[in-house]
Design a binder for this molecule. Structure first.
Ligand SMILES: [Zn+2]
Length: 72
């Protein structure tokens, strides 16, 4: 009977240890990646080329409103 109790205690300890490791893994894996601060996000207005009507970042258009290919 004493040996049976020892086995039961060992099994209980094993189960508790397994639950702890699984819970720890779940908490570390379910943590979402740190979201980017909205201030760090960079948005650039888009503009349309006057000739080929391709949308490009407004800074990449020439003064006449043409893309690099059309202004050549
Ligand atoms: Zn163009």
């Amino acid at each position: 009977m004493n040996l049976f109790r020892l086995l039961l205690l060992g099994a209980a300890l094993y189960i508790v240890w397994r639950l702890l490791t699984v819970a720890r893994r779940a908490t570390t894996q379910q943590r979402p990646p740190a979201p980017r601060a909205p201030s760090s996000a960079h948005y650039e207005p888009m503009a349309r080329c006057a000739r080929c009507s391709t949308y490009l970042p407004a800074s990449s258009l020439s003064r006449a409103g043409l893309c690099g290919r059309c202004s050549e």
